[in-house]
Design a protein around this ligand. Structure first.
Ligand code: DQA
Length: 140
């Protein structure tokens, strides 16, 4: 199967920002491990990161019909981007929402996701392994 892993706003600073919350590894390192994980299971993963809401929407639109699944960590956009929500609702590729942190154990505003309703499912709170668990959900 072929997957697309999308990381949204501020995720490019993983490994540098709030290390106690998001860990010490860079997004590049996390993606490399994830790509190898997919490959080891006979699958293929591509990666995209953008801080720009419209670019994420455009990438979701382009993904339509071209992937078996999408793993999406939209970062803070999760909590208020109706544009990303509509982009997900408008494609046929199933999307799994991911968060490294347990958003329910943090600030009040993080408890609400406007994306979950249009996603296949949600995985959160397992650090970088949230991405692996989300990928795995497509073939288990
Ligand atoms: C995050 C949680 C969001 O609330 C936050 O804005 C992020 C990262 C996570 O992976 O835990 O940037 O999506």
């Amino acid at each position: 199967m072929k997957f697309l892993v999308i990381n949204g706003v501020n995720l490019s600073r993983t490994g540098a920002r709030e290390k106690g919350v998001y860990g010490e590894e860079t997004l590049e390192q996390i993606n490399a491990e994830l790509g190898a994980f997919a490959h080891a299971h006979g699958h293929e993963a591509e990666f995209f990161q953008s801080d720009v809401e419209g670019e994420i929407c455009a990438r979701l639109g382009q993904a339509d019909g071209n992937y078996d699944g999408i793993v999406l960590n939209a970062g803070a956009y999760t909590h208020y981007s109706y544009a990303i929500r509509d982009a997900i609702a408008g494609i046929r590729v199933p999307v799994v929402e991911v968060h490294m942190s347990n958003v329910h154990a943090r600030e009040e505003f993080r408890k609400k996701s406007v994306l979950t309703e249009v996603c296949k499912g949600e995985i959160l709170g397992f650090g970088k392994n949230s991405y692996k668990l989300a990928l795995e959900s497509f073939w288990l």
